[in-house]
Design a protein. Sequence first.
Length: 180
Amino acid sequence: MRRSTLFLALLFTCGCGAATGTGSTSGSPAASSPVASSPVALSCTASGSASPTWPAAQSAPSITSAVATGDSLQLTFSAGTPQFQVVPQSSPNFVADPSGRPVSLAGSSGVKIVLTGFQGGRSNYVGQASMTSSGPRLLQVGAIGDFEGTVGFGAGVSGPSCVNVESGSSTLTFHFIPQP
């Protein structure tokens, strides 16, 4: 009797732990999945201010990396985040600054990202000039300018798009979403 009671108590405790673990494991992705896979819930971001930790242009802040993955572009900075502006456009064709050279990217529409507050007279982004992405919306990103303290990126997208921007301590992540 005592052995059966102990066995049932152990079985009940293990069974409850497994049910809780299974419930939270299956609940976690489902809870985070709508946010990640439902870009319609995100709103468009047209611009943003520099973070309080963004150094003055004389301190030579720079872009340390640019990564295009899925439908997102993540820019990492040496310190803080700069002021930015996002401009959707009807074609994936851009003009490089300051040369005026045409830059054509994959896609049927485009989004221009302009970052300001960098030091003029030097390169503030020395990464890849062009990046392809695996997203159904974001197809290609190109560096289109680094002149007089302003850095620009063009994004070729599969249809009319805008971005939702997520800001970290030294990152800006541009999530490309359908334009409402």
